[in-house]
Design a protein around this ligand. Structure first.
Ligand SMILES: [Cu+2]
Length: 191
């Protein structure tokens, strides 16, 4: 009876970094099929549950990033990303002297393609609400920016009803939360 088309494009965004944001709630609710076909490829980090709280920890919120200490020692360092917010977040670390040095797109998100390979230090992807994930980074002394670059296609509408997942891949014209532009960045000093 429902005439919603089973949007065939929905599957394609599972592995597309800039699109994975919008589906989180719908994903939790509506994706029996997606989950079955798309699982098993999350390779980013060491996962949750085994993080050591004494390691440097970034707290991710809606929409803020904070670090639990003034600086991080250089070398190979394990970092936690703890999501205290209600939305999914991520933590990207790049070498930069200032937040304003990062290249941005028209929507205000960071244009990661324009960041030199040498300045990228990696990221902890897909940190869900109430989850802590860890990642190991090789950091030489200097200044970095840690940020979340997720963009919600649906914005806050997702928290309310969210029962029409087909709409979110349909238009794609409206942009919701641009996490970076909303303040999800933190200058990081490595000593
Ligand atoms: Cu975020």
């Amino acid at each position: 009876m429902t005439d919603q088309p089973a949007s065939p494009t929905r599957r394609s965004h599972l592995r597309t970094p800039r699109q994975r944001t919008g589906i989180r709630w719908a994903a939790a609710l509506a994706v029996s099929t997606i989950a079955l076909t798309g699982c098993g490829s999350d390779t980013t980090t060491t996962g949750s549950g085994s993080s050591d709280p004494s390691d440097p920890t970034f707290q991710l919120g809606d929409f803020v990033v904070t670090l639990d200490r003034p600086s991080i020692p250089s070398g190979k360092v394990t970092i936690n990303a703890r999501n205290d917010g209600g939305e999914d977040h991520e933590l990207v670390i790049v070498r930069a002297d200032a937040v304003s040095d990062l290249p941005t797109k028209a929507d205000g998100s960071v244009d990661e393609d324009k960041i030199a390979e040498a300045d990228r230090r990696g990221e902890i992807e897909d940190v869900r609400a109430d989850q802590t994930k860890s990642g190991t980074f090789e950091l030489e002394p200097g200044t970095y920016v840690a940020f979340c670059n997720l963009v919600d296609e649906m914005g806050s509408g997702m928290m309310g009803g969210g029962q029409t997942p087909s709409t979110m891949m349909g238009g794609g014209t409206g942009t919701g939360h641009v996490h970076f532009a909303l303040g999800m960045h933190q200058l990081l000093t490595v000593t």
